[in-house]
Design a protein around this ligand. Structure first.
Ligand code: SAM
Ligand code: SF4
Length: 492
């Protein structure tokens, strides 16, 4: 059993079992060697890799390393064009929307970059009661959300039961036509037993960001608490898989270590999961480090990722693991988000708050800041880059040629893990995504859309229908007719 320094009030982990999952797949030596190989200087070879990427079967570590090192602007343009093509080929125009729901900012860890760090004495601490959690979820349902990401620091008022009660309470809510249909969670590593309890409640994806795969950087950024044990974190997805959770979300906190190393290590991690459990990761998140109130950035290892490198890494991930969802949060500014959608992002958050209770407080008191505005963030985890409300983001997506989607169909039809990958890889998933995205978008427009958004949305749906193949259009038309007639939650 790994050793754990203790933390704040009643964290869980009483029954931690070392499942013996090994971490040799990380293979730092091979990653360094791949990065030292200057194959990117051979334009012909880079073009061969891009052609291979367009077969949509993913890429090997050496090939990803070559793409990472591209500097030539013409080759970069070709990389971006290939990523755009792959995104369209697999996902069409859809972009799935969700909101994070922070239930507690208590934490027993000392992460140098995070405002929730236990050493941050200036943070206003708050663990929401179940009633407060329900109220937060109701505000989000009233905005039109169907999919949440539950988030907390690593310390809970009542152990894992606190989280389980929160999940159950949110799933039980009904508000007019609204409800939350899928809750993903971003929580600290658990034991197999604890993961099993989460699985039984019916979570969607279990998301965990490794932060960095570089051991020295990890040690420098995680100064106290259970999170210091890097292997306990590295093996969390193994334990989740062993507990039956087959949708796993991986991620790196970009800006801590060398992004090039971390992207390759992330590939190795996904490959390990695929080889061991039959399904790689369901999603990859690409958070970039943001200023965090009261956190001591001067003690944090920092290797900022430029906007140009950020776009490059998104495009590379799209080609390296074409069937994996790519998630971009409101850490990024509205401008960066606009520029990155086309390169392969398939899921985004919108209208987010990272302080527990932030949605209800906001709904009751203040006017929304504009997209460049900064909010008071003395209880928040970090500063946000995109403050726009959901409806504005939805409208913009439609106007930019995307289809905002609130779909949760795969999860509820049992298309998860290996099964989802099978659907995705045979390209049949597009037959599902098309109808389900226009269907859930129509639900949004009818129940929550502002008049301008309804206009932009109706035009986007008409455009989508016109572009669909006959079978897809027939299914979409049936779904849309039923929704217009007042039915809800119609999906295929
Ligand atoms: N406490 C759990 C953990 O650390 O795994 C789960 C929730 S934590 C609130 C979610 C993620 O927020 C972390 O994994 C980290 O990547 C991200 N995060 C923390 N501080 C951040 C910052 N200053 N800027 C951007 N993302 C940050
Ligand atoms: Fe706690 Fe997670 Fe923040 Fe670290 S990143 S201080 S574990 S909430």
């Amino acid at each position: 059993t790994p050793a754990h320094a203790d933390s704040g009030p009643s964290s869980f982990g009483s029954s931690r079992i070392d499942t013996g999952a090994d971490t040799s797949w990380l293979n730092a030596g091979d990653i360094q060697a791949a990065l030292a190989d200057n194959r990117c200087e051979d334009a012909g070879l880079v073009r061969e890799i891009l052609a291979k990427a367009r077969e949509l079967k993913g890429l090997a570590t050496r090939d990803v390393a070559a793409l990472i090192q591209i500097q030539d602007p013409a080759l970069l343009d070709e990389l971006f064009a290939s990523a755009r093509w792959a995104k369209e080929a697999i996902y069409g125009r859809r972009i799935v929307l969700f909101a994070p729901l922070y239930i507690s900012n208590f934490c027993g860890n000392s992460c140098t970059y995070c405002a929730f760090s236990k050493e941050n004495t200036t943070l206003k601490r708050r663990a929401l009661t179940i009633d407060e959690i329900k109220h937060e979820a109701e505000v989000l349902i009233d905005q039109g959300h169907k999919r949440l990401l539950l988030v907390a620091g690593e310390s809970y008022p009542n152990g894992l039961k606190y989280v389980l009660d929160a999940l159950e309470a949110i799933y039980a809510l009904r508000l007019g036509n609204g409800e939350i249909r899928r809750i993903n969670v971003n929580l600290a590593p658990l034991s197999v037993d604890e993961f099993r309890q989460l699985h039984e409640i019916g979570i969607g994806t279990y998301q965990i960001f490794q932060e960095t795969y570089q051991r020295d950087v990890y040690a420098a950024a995680h100064l106290g608490g259970k999170k210091r044990d890097m292997d306990w974190r590295l093996t969390a997805p193994d334990r989740a898989m062993q507990a039956g959770i087959d949708d796993i979300g991986l991620g790196v906190l970009f800006g801590l270590g060398d992004w090039r190393f971390d992207v390759l290590a992330l590939m190795n991690h996904a490959a390990h999961l695929e080889a061991t459990y039959g399904a790689g990761c369901h999603t990859i998140s690409v958070p970039r480090i943001e200023p965090a109130h009261g956190s001591d950035f001067s003690r944090s290892p920092l290797n900022p990722v430029s906007d140009a490198d950020f776009k490059k890494l998104v495009a590379i991930l799209r080609l390296a693991v074409p069937y994996t969802g790519l998630i971009m949060s409101t850490r990024e500014t509205a401008r960066m988000r606009r520029e990155t959608y086309a390169l392969g992002v398939s899921q985004i958050s919108a209208g987010s708050r990272t302080n527990p209770g932030g949605y209800a407080a906001h709904a009751e008191t203040v006017a929304l800041p504009d997209e460049d505005g900064r909010e008071d963030f003395d209880a928040s985890q970090f500063s946000l880059g995109d403050h726009r409300p959901l409806d504005v983001v939805v409208r913009e997506l439609a106007e930019l040629g995307y289809t905002p989607s609130f779909c949760t169909a795969c999860y509820r039809n049992g298309r998860t893990g290996e099964d989802f990958m099978h659907w995705a890889k045979t390209a049949d998933i597009k037959q599902k995504c098309g109808p389900n995205s226009v269907g859930t978008f129509m639900e949004y427009l009818l129940d929550y859309g502002q008049p301008e958004t309804v206009r932009a949305g109706e035009a986007a749906i008409a455009r989508d229908l016109a572009e669909m193949g006959d079978a897809e259009r027939r299914v979409s038309t049936v779904i849309l007719d039923r929704i217009r007639a007042g039915k809800r939650d119609v999906f295929c």
